[in-house]
Ligand binder design. Structure first.
Ligand code: ZN
Length: 291
């Protein structure tokens, strides 16, 4: 089998939930499950942090992040708030980047580490070319590389359904959402791998985009199993992005497509995004129902 590689990444650390005020207990439980599963399986991963989510958890916030500052786990910057760069000028983006370092920069330094990657909320890397270029420059000036991602499973949507089922103590529905999520993830992993092969005519290291939420805490082991049974080996984000594919210049966009779509555009390869499978309709419907 060809060399299949994936880097696992989690966004919205320490913890994100559908409700505005996640409980500290939920955050601690989810982080424990995610970190333990990664450590036991010796899987490298990068966790992208929103500083305002650290603040919201009080003293528990930095304690949870400390687990991501050693061994095969690494911290990344996801901005102070979960801002949308489409609505910001470059100066405000810089403020978000620097304020986003408040906890993670000193934490990493104290362990002799750096924070090599910044990932934009919504993967909005600049909606106009001048802004994208200005953002790229300011990230480089502050020692950051833009973090890419190649596999999106709409995990936030499944998690919204999962949180709703949890709130109703509907265990059968929770299991149903977990199964649907894993089924959809399996399809998306294959879909995006094929998309990358179409663009580059070879295997490209994948980058899995996940969120630090209740659903992924419950399914992290079978999720890793999907990659293992697909013949993947796990590498760090730095290793994945050292592949030359990630040096392909990508254009400004007001949307946040996965990187294969950006690469296809840059390399003028025709791909049809309509072939991508959407999450089951019932998941979105259930997630959106008012309690
Ligand atoms: Zn995010």
């Amino acid at each position: 089998m060809a060399d299949r590689i994936v880097a696992i990444t989690f966004d919205d650390l320490p913890y994100v939930s559908a409700g505005s005020n996640p409980s500290t207990k939920a955050a601690i439980d989810a982080q424990r499950r995610i970190v333990q599963a990664l450590q036991r399986a010796h899987v490298p991963a990068t966790g992208f942090v929103n500083e305002d989510k650290v603040e919201a958890l009080g003293p528990a916030g930095p304690l949870l992040l400390a687990k991501w500052n050693k061994g095969l786990l690494a911290l990344g910057n996801h901005g102070y708030s979960h801002f949308d760069s489409n609505d910001f000028d470059a100066g405000s983006v810089e403020w978000e980047v620097l304020k986003g370092e408040a906890t993670i920069r000193p934490m990493a330094s104290s362990a002799g580490r750096t924070i090599p990657f910044f990932r934009f909320p919504y993967n909005h890397i600049g909606d106009t070319e001048p802004k994208r270029a200005a953002i790229e420059k300011l990230l480089a000036d502050h020692g950051y590389r833009l973090a890419a991602s190649t596999i999106d499973t709409s995990d936030y949507l499944f998690n919204n359904a999962y949180e709703r089922a949890f709130a109703k103590r509907d265990r059968a529905m929770m299991r149903r959402v977990e199964r649907a999520y894993l089924d959809h993830s399996r399809i998306q992993i294959d879909y995006y791998a094929e998309l990358c092969r179409r663009v580059f005519r070879r295997e490209v290291p994948a980058i899995m985009l996940l969120h630090a939420n209740r659903l992924n805490a419950a399914t992290i082991q079978p999720l890793l199993g999907l990659f293992r049974s697909g013949g993947y080996r796990f590498v760090s984000l730095s290793d994945a992005q050292s592949d030359p594919a990630y040096s392909t210049p990508v254009a400004a966009s007001k949307f946040g497509p996965m990187w294969a779509y950006r690469w296809a555009r840059a390399r003028k390869v025709k791909v049809d995004g309509r072939l991508e499978q959407e999450p089951p309709v019932w998941v979105g419907t259930y997630a959106g129902e008012t309690p």
